[in-house]
Ligand binder design. Structure first.
Ligand SMILES: [Zn+2]
Length: 207
């Protein structure tokens, strides 16, 4: 979004609801004391900081008359707990989140598909293509049926993103991507984090 500051005044200075790009918690971001926002037409520009005292990250915001944030820098990123997930998979999925935060939906969908590829590889699921590998994965990990079906949808979404002739999805928008990211998080949680949690619970029982 390009804002041209032809005529401006000071004003706004409203608290804004944001997901912090640094600590990724959602909070009400406040203005910096004695620093005014700028107004140009129906758009405000201003600096905010994260309310978490241990974070205090600075974010530049563009927002409208209803205090809806239309753009922020660094961009807001979806929260992701990477605990117990292999580093290569975390790196790929983080890249998907970065693309989504920057509005690069096609690139994000491709990186989500790659996250699935790497998950299959890590779990030793083999096959001629990703569809076959996802099927093989069922024998090595325990996943609810719904999440297995979701993996196939995510595979197709990434497929569409990578190949212009394949058009299962007409366009990959913000909504499709947010759902795809949430599903990928649930899959990663079920494959890696549930075992980790059970292991910790069992370790506690021994003592
Ligand atoms: Zn923060």
């Amino acid at each position: 979004m390009l804002v041209k500051l032809k005529q401006f005044s000071v004003g706004g200075n409203r608290p804004l609801s944001l997901r912090c790009p640094a600590c990724r918690k959602t909070g009400t971001f406040q203005t910096i004391e004695n620093v005014h926002d700028l107004r140009t037409g129906d758009i405000f520009l201003g600096q905010r900081f994260c309310p978490d005292p241990s974070c205090r990250a600075q974010v530049f915001c563009v927002y409208d008359l209803q205090s809806n944030v239309v753009k922020s820098y660094p961009p807001q990123r979806i929260d992701f707990d990477s605990k117990a997930i292999p580093a290569t998979i975390v790196k790929t999925f983080e890249e998907a989140l970065s693309c989504q935060a920057e509005g690069m939906h096609v690139a994000a969908a491709i990186m989500i598909r790659r996250t699935l590829e790497e998950l299959c590889q890590d779990k030793g699921a083999t096959g001629a293509n990703l569809k076959a590998r996802v099927n093989t994965l069922q024998s090595s990990v325990v996943l609810p049926q719904g999440l297995l079906a979701a993996m196939d949808d995510l595979r197709l979404l990434g497929n569409d993103a990578a190949h212009i002739e394949a058009q299962t999805y007409d366009a990959i928008g913000q909504d499709e991507l947010e759902v795809a990211i949430e599903l990928t998080k649930e899959i990663l949680k079920a494959v890696y984090q549930l075992d980790d949690l059970l292991g910790r619970l069992r370790a506690l029982k021994k003592t």
